[in-house]
Design a protein around this ligand. Structure first.
Ligand SMILES: Cc1ncc(C[n+]2csc(CCOP(=O)(O)OP(=O)(O)O)c2C)c(N)n1
Length: 663
C-alpha cells in the first residue's frame, strides 16, 4: 500500500468535492471530507471494476447510501477513470449535468443506484448481495463466473432509518457474507450531535443481526485496509466496519460540527481547508500523481475484466447453454413464454388467477425471483415448483422476506439493479403504504420490479378498515412511471403479468382481489376486445349507439356489466369500459382514446371501490363517480358493497338520473 498516494487521492477527492460544492453554492461537504480516506483505500486497493465498462456483469457493486455526499462518489469515480470529466464535476447540481445533487442511476457511469432517501441505498445493497448469491449458486459450476462483493457506505442517518433494520436483519439471517458495510460513524447529523436522538450500541445491534463487526479509525489507511481484508475473508456473515470519522475532516473551523454537513464551506474556509490539508489552493486541482493513478485504474480494470472474460470463455466451451442463458439474463432479455387462456364462466379471485399464471411462468422464466412479506398463502405468490431461498439453499427462487414490506421493496430494487433476476413480491395492497418510498424509487430509476398486491378493496371483508385500501389506487397511480393494473378477471390478470414482465423501463403493480370474479367471455386472447386490453382501457361490452359510458376497474366491472343489462332493458344503449391500467390508456393515441371515450358521449359514470380521485379526468365535468372516499368497515364483503353503494342498482339509478336529466 502506497500511503503517500492514498493521501494524494483522498485529498484530491476532498479538494474536488469542496470546490464543486462551492461553485454550485449548494451541497454537502461533510461526508466527502470525512469518508475520503476510506474511499481511497477501497477504490485503489480492493474494489473490482472496469471504469471503461461500468456494466461488466462481475464487477463489485458500490453504493453510497448517504446520497447527499454525492461529491465523494463523483470525485472518486473521476479519479478512478470513469467517463466523468472535470467539466462534469464543475457542472455539479446544474441542469442536464451528469452530476445531479444526489447520485442518479443512468446519469454518471459507476452510479449503481439512485440514493438520497436515507436507508434505501443500504437496503438496495442488500438486494445486490442477495442477487449475487443466487446467480452464483446457479451458474458457478466448474468456474466462477459470478463472484463479487457488494460495498456500501452508510451514515448515522441511514442507520437511524427503520428500513436499515429490516434490510440488515434480513442480510444477517441470510448470511450475505459478501456484503461489506462501512458505517461513517461521525456522530453528527443535521440537527447536531447524534446524542440528541441516537444512543443505541450499533456494535451490539449488528452483532445481534449476526453480522461480523469491526471498529476502526476511518482516517487510518492501515486500519482501513486491514479491516477490509478481514471482512473479505469472512464470507459467512455480512460485515460492518464501523469507521470512526470526523465530519468535514480538514476544515479547521467546521470539522466535527453540523455546520459542515450540508452547506458550502465558504470561500475563505475552502482556502483554509486546502492549506490545512497541504494541497494547492487552485480550484479543481488534480495532481499529476492522480492522473497517473487514473491510468493505472483503467489498466487494472481492463485486466480484471479480461481475466474474467478468459474464465467465461472456458466456461462457455463446457457449458454453452448455461453461458448463453447467463448472458441473456444479465442483459435483461426475457425468454419467450406463453400463458394459457382461462376458460370463460369459472369464478376465480384475481389473486388465485395470478397464482395459476405464476405456476406456468416460473418454469418458462427461470430468473423470476418470487417472494412475499409473510403473506405467501394469501398473496398466492409461490408456485409449487419454487423452493425457498436460504443460506443452505442459495438456488431457491422464492424469498421469505419476513414482515418487512419496505425492506422487501428496497431489496427488490437492489435485485433488479444488480441484473440477472426479475423480482416480484407480495403483500396486502393496503401495506403498499409501507413499501411506497421504495416503489417510488423503482419508478424514478425505471427498473423492472413487480408488486403483487392482493386484498384490493373493501372486498376483503371482515378484516376491516385497517386492512381495506381506499386511497391506494389513486396514490400509486399518482407516482410517475408507475404502471398500476387492476384486472377484472383471470384473462386480464394473465395479460397484466405479461405486460409487467415485458416492461423494461419501470415497475408494475398488480392489484388483485380476495373475492371471486367471473371469467368473462370475450373471444380469444389474440382477438379484440382482449387485444385492446393491452391499450389499458377498452370497450368490453358495447351497443351500436351508446347513450352513456360506464367505466370501472377490477371487481367493479362485473357491477357495470349488470347495470348495463338493466339499462338495456329500459331501452338505453350502453358501453362498458374496463380500465385495466389508467397509465397505459393515457399513453394511447387520441384516435384510440376517442374510440373508447368519444367526446360525443358526455354521459359517463365511473365506479371503483376506492377513492374517486383518479377518475375525474375520464368522467369529465358532466360525469359522475361512484367511489369510496371514507374508510371501510369490518363486515362480510357483500354487506360492505351493499352499505357503501358499490352496487349495480345504485349505478343503474345514477345512470338513469343522468340520462333522464339530460334528455
Ligand atoms: C429519508 C430521509 N430523511 C431525511 C433526509 C434529509 N437528510 C439528508 S442528510 C440528513 C442527515 C444525515 O446524517 P448522516 O447520515 O450522519 O450524514 P452526515 O451528517 O454524516 O453527512 C438528513 C436528515 C433524507 N435525505 N432522507
Amino acid at each position: 500500500m502506497n500511503t503517500d498516494l492514498l493521501k494524494t487521492i483522498s485529498n484530491t477527492v476532498r479538494g474536488l468535492s469542496i470546490d464543486a460544492i462551492q461553485k454550485a453554492n449548494s451541497g454537502h461537504p461533510g461526508l466527502p471530507l470525512g469518508m475520503a480516506d476510506v474511499a481511497a483505500v477501497l477504490f485503489s486497493e480492493h474494489l473490482k471494476f472496469n471504469p471503461k465498462n461500468p456494466q461488466w456483469f462481475n464487477r463489485d457493486r458500490f453504493v453510497l447510501s448517504g446520497g447527499h455526499g454525492s461529491m465523494l462518489l463523483y470525485s472518486i469515480l473521476h479519479l478512478s477513470g470513469y467517463d466523468l470529466s472535470i467539466d462534469d464535476i464543475k457542472a455539479f447540481r446544474q441542469w442536464g449535468s451528469k452530476t445531479p445533487g444526489h447520485p442518479e442511476l443512468h446519469e454518471a457511469p459507476g452510479v449503481e443506484t439512485t440514493t438520497g432517501p436515507l436507508g434505501q441505498g443500504l437496503a438496495n445493497a442488500v438486494g445486490m448481495a442477495l442477487a449475487e448469491t443466487i446467480i452464483a449458486a446457479k451458474y458457478n459450476t466448474d468456474k466462477e463466473i459470478m463472484n463479487h462483493f457488494t460495498w456500501v457506505f452508510a451514515g448515522d442517518g441511514d442507520l437511524q432509518e427503520g428500513v436499515s433494520h429490516e434490510a440488515c436483519s434480513f442480510a444477517g439471517h441470510n448470511k450475505l457474507g459478501k456484503l461489506i458495510l462501512f458505517y461513517d460513524s461521525n456522530a453528527i447529523t443535521i440537527d447536531g450531535k447524534t446524542d440528541l436522538s441516537f444512543s443505541e450500541d450499533v456494535k451490539k445491534r449488528f452483532e445481534a443481526y449476526n453480522w461480523d463487526v469491526d471498529e476502526i479509525d476511518g482516517h487510518n489507511y492501515e486500519e482501513i485496509n486491514a479491516a477490509i481484508i478481514r471482512a473479505k475473508s469472512n464470507t459467512n456473515k455480512p460485515s460492518i466496519i464501523i469507521c470512526k470519522t470526523t465530519i468535514g475532516y480538514g476544515s479547521p473551523n467546521k470539522a466535527g460540527t453540523s455546520d459542515v454537513h450540508g452547506a458550502p464551506l465558504g470561500k475563505d474556509e475552502v482556502v483554509l481547508t486546502k492549506e490545512n490539508l497541504g494541497i494547492p489552493i487552485e480550484d479543481f486541482y488534480v495532481p499529476k500523481e492522480a492522473n497517473v493513478f487514473r491510468e493505472e485504474m483503467i489498466e487494472k480494470g481492463q485486466q480484471a475484466e479480461q481475466a474474467w472474460q478468459d474464465i467465461f470463455n472456458l466456461y462457455s466451451e463446457k457449458n454453452n447453454t448455461a453461458a448463453q442463458e447467463f448472458q441473456d439474463i444479465m442483459n435483461g432479455k426475457l425468454p419467450e413464454f406463453k400463458i394459457s387462456e382461462f376458460e370463460a364462466g369459472s369464478k376465480l379471485a384475481t389473486r388465485a388467477s395470478s397464482g395459476k399464471v405464476l405456476e406456468e411462468l416460473v418454469g418458462q422464466i427461470p430468473n423470476l425471483l418470487g417472494g412475499s412479506a409473510d403473506l405467501t398463502p394469501s398473496n398466492k405468490t409461490k408456485a409449487k415448483s419454487q423452493n425457498a431461498y436460504s443460506p443452505e439453499n442459495r438456488k431457491g427462487s422464492y424469498i421469505h422476506y419476513g414482515i418487512r414490506e419496505f425492506g422487501m421493496a428496497a431489496i427488490m430494487n437492489g435485485v433488479a439493479l444488480h441484473g440477472g433476476l426479475i423480482p416480484y413480491g407480495g403483500t396486502f395492497f393496503v401495506f403498499s403504504d409501507y413499501m411506497r418510498p421504495a416503489m417510488r424509487m423503482a419508478a424514478l430509476m425505471g427498473i423492472r420490479v413487480i408488486y403483487v398486491l392482493t386484498h384490493d378493496s373493501i372486498g376483503l371483508g371482515e378484516d376491516g378498515p385497517t386492512h381495506q385500501p381506499v386511497e391506494h389506487l389513486s396514490s400509486l397511480r399518482a407516482i410517475p412511471n408507475m404502471q398500476v393494473f387492476r384486472p377484472m378477471d383471470a384473462n386480464e390478470t394473465a395479460l397484466a403479468w405479461e405486460m409487467a414482465l415485458q416492461r423494461t423501463d419501470g415497475p408494475s403493480v398488480l392489484v388483485l382481489t380476495r373475492q371471486g370474479l367471473k371469467t368473462i367471455q370475450r373471444g380469444c386472447r389474440a382477438c379484440a376486445p382482449m387485444k385492446q386490453a393491452e391499450k389499458g382501457a377498452y370497450t368490453l361490452s358495447s351497443d351500436i349507439d351508446a347513450d352513456i359510458i360506464l367505466m370501472a376497474s377490477g371487481s367493479e366491472v362485473e357491477i357495470a356489466l349488470k347495470a348495463k343489462e338493466l339499462l338495456n332493458k329500459d331501452g338505453y344503449e350502453v358501453n362498458v369500459v374496463s380500465f385495466l391500467s389508467q397509465e397505459i390508456f393515457d399513453k394511447q393515441s387520441d384516435t384510440y382514446k376517442q374510440t373508447v371515450l368519444p367526446d360525443t358521449i358526455e354521459k359517463r359514470i365511473a365506479i371503483e371501490a376506492g377513492a374517486s380521485m383518479s377518475w375525474h379526468k375520464y368522467t369529465g365535468t358532466k360525469g359522475k363517480i361512484i367511489g369510496i372516499d371514507t374508510f371501510g368497515a369490518s363486515a362480510p364483503y357483500e354487506r360492505l358493497y351493499e352499505e357503501y353503494g358499490i352496487r349495480a342498482d345504485v349505478l343503474y339509478k345514477t345512470a338513469l338520473e343522468m340520462l333522464k336529466n339530460i334528455k
